[in-house]
Ligand binder design. Structure first.
Ligand code: HDE
Length: 727
């Protein structure tokens, strides 16, 4: 027996896809059958005692069909229930063998298959994509050394420091138990009651109240491993590591008003965007980055690396980009793949190990435990989407729904009857060995004092935001706390905010009509061990904390592409064909997707009688579903659009949400009907494009170039407060 045999097709780029192939069912040309393969002769009628007679219990075909149907649903995930996923590949371009022996991060030229599931956290499976929430970003790498799961979020920190508080956090944010409301929302009393008593959550609250909680697309958000992990190299040396996913399209968000409207217009907005991008060959891409900290620097930064409410500012430890992930295939079946996939932070490969982060440690128990109740049996690892591409051989046996037919009489080790197989692997043979961290102390149920800095990084985050981002964050707190009915909770929150920024606390207090607290509140609660002196557990601040970090503001993200952005063109009969086509061609050449939106769904005719099919009308779509709007010329088209209230609302809303708007000079008349009529530049210059995002010009001039530049900038947030319009 060759126990060192290389895994079949290990690392082959299509291995996982090929692996799934025998599991896929194609029905073309096949007869309809029962589950045991009997061909069905009548799928329309149950078996009856006579025409118009009662149904016979002997109808085993009907019983099987209904019996299977009755059990189609399984429990949804307790958190992260609403998700969407895709297959893809990861390819390393900068090996880090000096830090890890994981083949995934040392061998270039290998395409490792991945399956990635994005999710919201609080809402149920059928809730909306655009909830204000953290997004899950879970990646399963099918490596030749076994599955490696990086189960992260789109925010680099978390609400709590210790797994002990997770059920409390989740109970607080989920719909309130007496009436199961509100769905997929944190704006209610129980959430803020808990948060106002958990000062350690303040950094994460800054993130969840920021625009990061409202991604424009799943393809335009970052991912983070959150915890500090370990990398172990071939010599057994350990380095701490934080993982980052950087989207190549940049990090972009929508406005809160827009998010709420999208939830009504298309609650599958993110899911559909991901699906369509992949179907159209616009494969989403991220680079994987690592921040590496030598063991010797563990205590260098003034905060504890084991504390999941802290990030390592990129100014202190730069992110080294080592590989690229591309999502290139949609799942074939939502249930079999997206719903049944089971991630686990404890799915590691040699060269990657966990740290003592008490949140991470709790997660190691939770995932397989919850999957047992969700998927019904410990054999969920055998489901096609969960099976590794590397061989599985062990003495674990039986259980509900076992797929594997283990052969032979030996299911124990050591054995002689099976030739000693399966063998243990030495480290040199790829066997996993845990990092032999020295442990020398007393068993204790406590919070390390090095975790007591609750506010330095909340401040760092707030201070690093642009003015527009600060406004959004302030508005978000006003909205959320404005929905809280218990005044004492609002007051406690405002007191906590004073620790982050007095101006922020004051703005929220004024909005809520409560007095601005003078004293900073230093009350703490659950973080204090029951028998400890609270004086020992006062918040502290990191020494030498940096004031600002450019990487924390989305203002500084990539803004050089309009690839996959959606542009609406408002058209009617009589549209000027050249004005429409010149812009459409330019936008599509730059990678954007253009949709014609008209008063009705019937085809329109241009001024010179060319017919354009119309797939979207003002009834079936809305400006919140687009990134930018263009109004082409053509006398009668312009007149129809100018007199169509829904078209004017479309433009007003696009303006309110700070989107680029362009019009052919002939369509200036349409913009005059809007609330932003006074803001329209007489002629658009480069400087105007950067400032206003409103572009008017002649076809043949540089209107298309200007519009493309403006769309790449994404949003003109600065227009929001001074130029507020009712829409
Ligand atoms: Fe999770 N988390 N989590 N979590 N988590 C689950 O596992 C849990 C935490 C994350 O698309 C559950 O299979 C505990 C941090 C993602 O299938 C459950 C604690 C981070 C997903 C669970 C945390 C995450 C989950 C529910 C604190 C970012 C969705 C269903 C100790 C690093 C994965 C399931 C998917 C899912 C437990 C905290 C990310 C209950 C106990 C921090 C992306 O096991």
């Amino acid at each position: 027996m060759d126990k060192m045999k290389a895994p079949e097709n290990g690392g082959n780029k299509s291995k996982k896809i090929a692996d799934l192939e025998p599991e896929r069912k194609y029905d073309e040309g096949e007869f309809l059958t029962t589950n045991h393969g009997l061909r069905i002769n009548d799928n329309q009628n149950s078996l009856k005692s006579m025409e118009r007679g009662g149904t016979l219990i002997e109808d085993f075909i009907l019983r099987e069909k209904i019996h299977h149907f009755d059990h189609e649903r399984i429990p949804e995930r307790i958190v992260h229930a609403r998700g969407s996923a895709a297959h893809g590949v990861f390819e390393l371009f900068d090996p880090i063998s000096e830090f890890t022996k994981a083949k995934l991060f040392t061998e270039t030229g290998v395409q490792t298959p991945v399956f990635v599931r994005f999710s919201t956290v609080a809402g149920s499976r059928g809730s909306t994509d655009l909830a204000r929430d953290v997004r899950g970003f879970a990646v399963k790498f099918y490596t030749e050394e076994g599955n490696y799961d990086l189960v992260g979020n789109n925010m680099p920190v978390f609400f709590i420091q210790d797994a002990m508080k997770f059920p409390d956090l989740v109970h607080a944010v989920k719909p309130e138990p007496h009436h199961e409301m509100p769905q997929a929302a944190s704006a209610h009393d129980t959430f803020w009651d808990f948060i106002s008593l958990m000062p350690e959550s303040m950094h994460m609250i800054m993130w969840t109240m920021s625009d990061r909680a409202l991604p424009r697309s799943l393809r335009m958000m970052e991912g983070f491993g959150v915890h500090t992990f370990r990398l172990i190299n071939a010599e057994g040396a350990s380095h701490f590591v934080k993982f980052h996913w950087k989207p190549l399209l940049g990090v972009h968000s929508v406005a809160w008003d827009e998010a709420q409207k999208i939830s009504g217009k298309n609650s599958d907005f993110h899911r559909e965007d991901l699906w369509k991008a992949i179907e159209s060959g616009n494969f989403p891409e991220w680079e994987l980055g690592v921040q590496i900290v030598p063991e010797a620097d563990e205590f260098k930064y003034g905060f504890d690396l084991l504390d999941a409410t802290k990030l390592i500012p990129e100014e202190l430890v730069p992110v080294r980009r080592i590989g690229k992930m591309t999502l290139n295939r949609n799942p074939d079946n939502f249930f079999a793949e997206t719903e049944q996939v089971a991630f686990n932070p404890g799915h590691l490969v040699p060269g990657i190990d966990i740290s003592n982060d008490p949140l991470l440690q709790g997660r190691l128990f939770s995932y397989s435990d919850t999957q047992l109740s969700r998927l019904g049996t410990h054999n969920f690892q055998e489901l096609p989407i969960n099976r590794p591409v590397s061989p599985v051989h062990n003495n674990q046996r039986d259980g509900h729904m076992r797929h594997t037919i283990n052969t032979g009489r030996v299911s124990y080790e050591p054995n002689s009857l099976g030739g000693g197989c399966p063998y243990q692997a030495k480290a040199s043979e790829g066997g996993f060995t845990s990092f032999p961290e020295r442990v020398d102390g007393h068993k204790i149920r406590t919070r390390s004092k090095s975790f007591l800095d609750f506010f330095s990084q909340a401040k760092l985050f707030f201070n690093s935001q642009s003015d527009a981002e600060k406004n959004h964050l302030t508005d978000a707190l006003c909205f959320e706390l404005g929905k809280v009915e218990t005044i004492a909770i609002r007051e406690r929150m405002v007191k906590l905010l004073t620790h982050v920024d007095k101006g922020l606390a004051a703005a929220v207090a004024v909005y809520l009509g409560i007095s601005i607290p003078e004293d900073r509140d230093s009350s703490l609660n659950g973080s204090i061990p029951a028998d400890a002196d609270p004086a020992d557990y006062q918040p502290v601040e990191s020494e030498g904390a940096i004031e600002k970090s450019a990487a924390l503001s989305m203002e500084n993200t990539i803004k050089d592409t309009i690839k996959t952005r959606k542009v609406a063109m408002l058209v009617a009969d009589g549209v000027d064909e050249s004005s429409l086509l010149a812009m459409k061609t330019a936008l599509e050449a730059a990678g954007a997707a253009v949709e014609l939106v008209a008063p009705k769904l019937c085809a329109i005719k241009s001024a010179n009688d060319t017919e354009f099919p119309i797939m979207k009308s003002f009834l079936t779509t809305a400006s919140v579903l687009y990134d930018a709007v263009y109004v082409p010329g053509g006398t009668s088209s312009v007149a129809s659009i100018a007199s169509e209230p829904d078209a004017i609302h479309f433009l007003n809303e696009a303006f309110k949400h700070c989107k680029p708007i362009a019009a052919d000079s002939e369509a200036r008349q349409v913009l005059k009907e809007t609330y932003f009529a006074k803001k329209i530049p007489a002629e658009t210059s480069d400087a105007d494009v950067l400032k206003t995002g409103i572009i008017v010009g002649d076809t043949g001039g540089n209107i298309a170039d200007h519009f493309i530049k403006a769309i790449a900038l994404h949003r003109f947030w600065d227009r929001e407060k001074p130029d507020k319009v009712p829409a």
